[in-house]
Each structure stands twice: as structure tokens, then as C-alpha cells.
Design a protein around this ligand. Structure first.
Ligand code: PEP
Length: 252
């Protein structure tokens, strides 16, 4: 963690916690976690739970809210999809793009991810661009090439003056939901590559880069101590208020 950067703790709920469970979560989490001036906390609930989150957290402006994905177009005949301007209208401030589950299950390729990031920025939301390699790619020695490609295609498609608005999440696919965490050294090494590629493509080399992949209360401190890790994106361990509150106390 860098001294001059506020750590960010982000919760990706995926397809968990409906509106009723969201209300219960926010009540409990709010009791456990006091606002921290020195950190940022952002939740990415499922679309249908966003309203419940915003209503339950109305007295907690310190808790940011985002959506887990947006469509690459602003409207049209795309059954089941939600656009960035719609997300903006309901009052969220953030959106993920390029999560590995979207890439794998829904076929989001780099060009689609680039279009999604563009729509997110046009809607005046803050994007978190997720990048990361599969186990096969890592074992084939393609870590740097994969990260470079995923970053370059997105950044090359954006206006140079918007590049400073991106937050990044390095999430090795082999560590997501598997209980297998990248070691702090692995994370630091990959974050160095991500930071270098962001700079090479015209982005800010002091951009905020989160680590994601089986983060839990037991490994948060060592991950935050890894050079270049500015925070975390948490899936499974963010579904339990106790465990996510413990993670959000990290680095404090
Ligand atoms: C994620 O989905 O972004 C993630 C990191 O999941 P988990 O923490 O469960 O590995």
C-alpha cells in the first residue's frame, strides 16, 4: 500500500444477496464499520438489490455503490441488459467492466470491455477495469502479454483526458472463488506490470490498482503490504458483514 493513496475496499456480490438480504446486510455492516476518512468502501450488489442498498445506506454516504456490469450500448433491443445511463439514473457512482466471469460466461472480449468502459465514462460513472490471466496463460508464461493486451485495447479506445478516471483491479482468474490467493509477491509483480502498461498506454502510472482473488480477513494485511496494491476487490468474503467489516479495517 502506498502512503499517499487511500486504500479502496470493494465488494462484488455477484448473483448473491437479494433486496431483503441486502437490507439486513447493510444494517449489520453499518453497525460494525464506522466511516473511515482514510479509505474508500464501495459495494457492487446485483442490479435488483441496488435500490435496497441505496435506501438502507441513505445515512451512510461513505459507502459507495456500483453495478457489476453495463451493456456496451446505451439502449436498444437487448433483452435483460442494463445500460450505464440507467445505472446513473438510479444513483450509483461506479461500474465494473471486464470481470473474468463476464469474459468467460458472457463472452465479453476486450473490444466489448473497451466499449463498456467508454459508456461508463460517458454516463459519468467511475469504471473499475478488471484484468487478469487464467492459470493456463500464467503457466504458458503469458502473464505480461495478457495484461498488456487487456489494458491496451481499452485505453487506446478512450479519450486521453478520461484515462485518469479509471480504477483497475488485477484479478488472477485462478484465484477467484478458489480459495487460492496470489502470494503478496505474485500480486506485487503483476501490479508492477499493470502499472507499467497503464503508463505505456497513456494512463496515470499512479492509478489505483486493486487486487482480487480469495481475499479474506486472514490475508488482507499481507496483501495490503504488497508494493503497488492499493486495495482489494472481494467476492465471497464480502457476503458476510462480519468478514467484510474485518477486511475494511485492514491497513488502518
Ligand atoms: C471477484 O469475483 O472479484 C473475487 C475476487 O472473488 P473471490 O473474492 O470470491 O475470489
Amino acid at each position: 500500500m502506498r502512503d499517499d493513496v487511500k486504500p479502496m475496499f470493494a465488494a462484488n456480490w455477484k448473483m448473491h444477496l437479494g433486496p431483503d438480504e441486502t437490507e439486513t446486510f447493510v444494517d449489520r455492516f453499518g453497525a460494525l464499520h464506522s466511516a473511515r476518512q482514510d479509505a474508500r468502501v464501495v459495494f457492487f450488489p446485483p442490479y435488483l438489490s441496488v435500490g435496497a442498498f441505496l435506501a438502507s445506506a441513505r445515512t451512510r454516504p461513505d459507502l459507495g455503490v456500483g453495478v457489476q456490469d453495463v451493456h456496451q450500448e446505451v439502449n436498444g433491443a437487448h433483452t435483460g441488459a442494463v445500460s450505464a445511463p440507467m445505472a446513473k439514473q438510479v444513483g450509483v457512482g461506479w461500474a465494473l467492466a471486464g470481470h473474468s466471469e463476464r469474459r468467460r460466461e458472457f463472452g465479453d472480449d476486450d473490444v466489448t470491455v473497451a466499449a463498456k468502459v467508454a459508456r461508463i465514462l460517458e454516463a459519468d460513472l467511475r469504471p473499475v477495469l478488471c484484468v487478469g490471466e487464467t492459470l493456463e496463460e500464467r503457466e504458458a508464461g503469458a502473464l505480461e502479454a495478457v495484461l498488456s493486451r487487456q489494458i491496451e485495447i481499452v485505453l487506446a479506445s478512450l479519450a486521453p483526458d478520461s484515462l485518469s478516471l479509471l480504477t483497475y483491479a488485477y484479478e488472477p482468474v485462478w484465484a477467484i472463488g478458489t480459495g487460492r490467493t496470489a502470494s503478496p509477491d505474485d500480486a506485487a509483480q503483476a501490479h508492477t506490470v499493470v502499472r507499467r502498461e497503464i503508463g505505456r498506454c497513456g494512463g496515470r502510472d499512479d492509478a489505483v490498482i486493486l487486487y482480487g482473488g480469495s481475499v479474506k480477513p486472514g490475508n488482507i494485511e499481507e496483501l495490503l503490504e504488497a508494493p503497488g496494491v492499493d486495495g482489494v476487490l472481494v467476492g465471497g468474503a464480502s457476503l458476510d458483514p462480519e468478514s467484510f467489516a474485518a477486511i475494511c479495517a485492514g491497513g488502518g
